[in-house]
Design a protein around this ligand. Structure first.
Ligand SMILES: Nc1ncnc2c1ncn2[C@@H]1O[C@H](COP(=O)(O)OP(=O)(O)OP(=O)(O)O)[C@@H](O)[C@H]1O
Length: 214
C-alpha cells in the first residue's frame, strides 16, 4: 500500500520549565492510520499532541500536518479536530441541540444527529443538559461532537477517560471506521486495549523519545 504521510515529526525537541520533555522525537503517520501514543504520566504525550495541533511550538525540529506546519488558524481547524481540553458547554442547550448546532455549522456533517446519538449511546439522554450528564456520558458527547464534524485528522487526548469497557470497544470501532474512510488518528492513551481494538499502531513515549511498541 502506498500511503501519503499526513503527519511528519522530525527531531522535535520541547523544553518546559527548564526540563527537556521531548528530545529528538521522530514520527510519521500515514493517511488512514491510527497511532496510539502510550507512556507514563509526564512522558510528553499531551505536549506532542499540542505541537501537532499548532498550540505549542517546538524548540527544535520540524512538524508538518497535512503538508504544512500546524497553525492555530481556522483553515487548519477545518481539517483537524482535537479533543482533550474541556469544551465550553451551552447550559441552555440539550445534548441533541449541541449536536444539531455542530451539524448546522458544518455544511457536510459526517453523520446525522439521530445517527450520532445512537452511535454514542446518548439517545436516552438526548434531552438532558450537559451538566446533568455523568462523566462518561459527557465524554461521549465530546467525542460525538468531534466525530460529527468533517475532518481529516483527529487528535485525541485520553479519549477513554470516563468511558466504560463496553463503550471503549465501540469507540475503537468508530475510530477504525474513521480511519477506513481515509481519516488519520493520533491519540494519547493509557488504554493499550483501545489501540489494539482499533487496529492502531502503538508508539511509546519514554525519555523524551518515541519508540514503536509491541
Ligand atoms: N507549562 C508547563 N511548564 C512546565 N512544565 C510543564 C508544563 N506543561 C507540562 N509540563 C511538564 O511536561 C511534562 C510532560 O507533560 P505532558 O502533559 O505532555 O505529559 P503526558 O505524557 O501527557 O502525561 P499524562 O499521562 O499524565 O497526561 C510533565 O513533566 C509536565 O509536568
Amino acid at each position: 500500500m502506498v500511503s501519503e504521510p499526513i503527519i511528519v515529526v522530525r527531531a522535535v525537541e520541547v523544553t518546559l520549565g527548564g526540563n527537556p520533555v521531548l528530545q529528538g522525537v521522530d514520527l510519521e503517520v500515514a493517511r488512514g492510520e491510527i497511532v496510539a501514543m502510550t507512556g507514563p504520566n509526564g512522558a510528553g504525550k499531551s505536549t506532542l499532541l499540542r505541537c501537532l495541533a499548532g498550540l505549542r511550538t517546538a524548540d527544535a525540529g520540524e512538524i508538518t500536518v497535512l503538508g504544512g506546519p500546524p497553525r492555530d488558524v481556522p483553515a487548519f481547524w477545518r481539517d483537524v479536530a482535537l479533543t482533550g481540553d474541556e469544551l465550553a458547554w451551552y447550559p441552555g442547550l440539550t445534548v441533541r441541540e449541541h449536536l444539531e448546532l455542530m451539524a448546522a455549522v458544518h455544511s457536510t456533517p459526517r453523520m446525522d444527529v439521530e445517527e450520532v446519538l445512537d452511535a454514542f449511546g446518548l439517545e436516552q439522554r438526548a434531552d438532558a443538559a450537559p451538566f446533568a450528564l455523568s462523566t462518561g456520558q459527557r465524554q461521549r458527547l465530546v467525542l460525538a461532537m468531534t466525530l460529527l464534524r468533517p475532518s481529516r485528522v483527529l487528535l485525541l487526548d485520553e479519549p477513554e477517560r470516563g468511558l466504560d469497557a463496553e463503550f471503549r470497544e465501540r469507540l475503537a470501532a468508530i475510530l477504525a471506521d474513521y480511519a477506513a474512510g481515509g481519516g488519520t488518528v493520533v491519540m494519547a492513551t493509557h488504554d493499550p486495549g483501545l489501540a489494539g481494538a482499533a487496529r492502531g499502531r502503538r508508539v511509546a513515549l519514554a525519555d523524551g523519545r518515541a519508540r514503536s511498541a509491541v
